[in-house]
Design a binder for this molecule. Structure first.
Ligand code: 0X9
Ligand code: ZN
Length: 493
């Protein structure tokens, strides 16, 4: 986040024109001259007075609501910590991006595509895409419904595997969208899924993949609502019954059962509320059950933003895990490949979660590592380093997903001993996927209800056979390539 200050300054000047868009004073983004590890920052976060956005060794970026300004100022003064206002009108910035999206969506209605990697997509588009993956993937794809959320959405795990290839294969779990506002994360998971069912099929000779495109669908969809404040939402949308229903949601990345409670809040109004008990939430409970049923996985990656940092356990302590050296080594494969693919522009930091981001327990990476025994477990904090933060502009999506996918492919190739990742072809352009051309009606997605303690492999679980999607809608390879060619021109790199 070294260069963040200058850019945020420019942005904050630009934003002055938006002051007052909401007709009320909105939150400000402050830069504190203290790391997020500092007790005062943790206390302010716990009390709900600040929402921590950016982590760094020497400063923290925090969102401060107007009513908390004087309290936070006082606390910082008492602790002798200086601060600067980086963005005066965060809601103005959100509104600016929303207006751009509105303009673009009117312009590109002709294409009617459900998914591309030039724009951010809501749950309808993503569900439509998963449906497309399911029907086009044939026997290679199984969709496992892991949970039903408070608002009735399904948390879906997409299992991509070549059923004709016998074990042993490396098992990889990729999860995204657990934090609602981190929009670049589902863009990456959907892109990896797309690569798997199109370009990466040869990797299925040695690997089995489980992809969770959006672990927190209610929260994610909420960030697309008209209220600009909603764009900053992090948790799920469960009713906490706290403060007359004013405070909703649990931080799904504080709700997993490993050292639950350390570095997490007990206040239902806090952005890092850990929930009443571990796995209190349908999303976390459903996912842990599917993960447990799969068992021996080799690689776990959860995508977050922002910070351009690849983190490995532990998050609940500053102690290094037993295989820290190997974890670091594989992380470097990812970082080097991303750097290479981006022409040297994207330079990831690597390290333990606790030391780099401050202690926080109940997260998926620690649980996968410590409870499930996945030897390689990572949280990847996607770009950028804080210039745009959660509001990464849409023109950064395509490069980010392509570079990240190349990094993941490299890690997996290395882990599965599947040739050197340097030799593998990295495509720089991808066509748009157009699931809606298959007459799919968004919002009608419904996967078969999941069965308790189901082991997808052993128990032959095939949601498609349970009347999910009629197989006759499968596209032939010729149709697929036609769609690809047709849409190639629409891909703005
Ligand atoms: O705090 C988090 O949940 C993650 N950072 S974020 O800014 N995306 O919210 C980092 C989680 C790192 N892992 C652990 N603390 N175990
Ligand atoms: Zn996150």
């Amino acid at each position: 986040m070294k260069n963040g200050w200058n850019m945020w300054t420019i942005i904050s000047f630009c934003c002055l024109v938006f002051v007052g868009v909401q007709g009320e004073p909105g939150p400000e983004l402050w830069r504190l001259e203290a790391s997020t590890h500092h007790r005062i920052v943790r206390d302010l976060e716990d009390s709900g007075d600040v929402d921590v956005w950016g982590h760094s060794q020497d400063h923290a970026q925090v969102l401060v609501e107007p009513e908390a300004k004087s309290r936070v100022t006082r606390a910082l003064e008492e602790a002798g910590i200086s601060h600067l206002v980086e963005v005066e009108d965060v809601l103005g910035l959100v509104e600016e991006q929303r207006a751009q999206r509105r303009k673009r969506s009117t312009r590109s209605k002709r294409a009617a595509q459900a998914l591309d990697w030039n724009s951010y997509h809501d749950m309808n588009d993503i569900e439509s895409f998963i449906n497309w993956v399911n029907v086009t993937g044939g026997d290679f794809v199984q969709v496992i419904p892991a949970a039903v959320t408070e608002e009735g959405r399904q948390v879906l795990v997409v299992h991509v595997s070549d059923p004709t290839v016998p074990e042993p294969k490396k098992k990889i779990w990729i999860e995204g969208g657990i934090h609602a506002r981190e929009w670049i994360s589902p863009a990456v998971t959907t892109y990896i899924l797309y690569q798997l069912v199109t370009e990466w099929r040869d990797m299925l000779q040695v690997t089995d993949w489980y992809i969770v495109p959006v672990a927190n669908p209610d929260g994610y969809q909420y960030t697309f609502s008209d209220n600009n404040r909603a764009r900053m939402w992090r948790k799920n949308r469960r009713n906490n019954h706290a403060r007359n229903g004013r405070c909703k949601g649990v931080d799904l990345n504080r709700n997993w059962n490993l050292k639950w409670g350390v570095g997490a809040s007990s206040d239902p109004c806090s952005e890092t509320y850990k929930g009443p008990v571990p796995f209190s939430e349908p999303e976390t409970d459903g996912l842990q059950k599917v993960m447990t049923s799969i068992g021996d996985m080799d690689l776990f990656i959860t995508f977050h933003s922002f910070g351009q940092t690849i983190l490995y356990p532990w998050g609940w302590t500053n102690n290094a895990p037993a295989n820290a050296k190997q974890l670091n080594h594989l992380a470097k494969k990812f970082a080097d490949k991303v750097k290479d693919t981006s022409g040297g522009k994207i330079d990831y930091k690597i390290g333990g979660s606790g030391p780099l981001y401050g202690l926080a327990s109940g997260a998926t990476d620690d649980w996968a590592y410590g409870r499930l025994g996945v030897p390689f477990s990572y949280t990847i904090e996607l770009p950028d380093e804080g210039r745009h933060g959660f509001l990464l502009p849409e023109n950064r999506i395509s490069s980010t997903v392509i570079e990240t996918a190349a990094g993941v492919q490299c890690m997996v190739s290395y882990l599965a001993n599947f040739g050197s990742c340097a030799r593998r072809k990295t495509r720089t352009r991808q066509p748009i996927v157009t699931p809606r051309q298959q007459n799919y009606t968004p919002g009608q997605l419904s996967f078969a209800p999941r069965q308790e303690n189901l082991n997808p492999r052993e128990q032959n679980f095939t949601p498609r056979e349970q009347n999910f999607t009629p197989r006759e809608h499968n596209l032939t390879p010729r149709q697929l390539s036609f769609i690809s060619r047709q849409n190639h021109a629409l891909f703005r790199g």
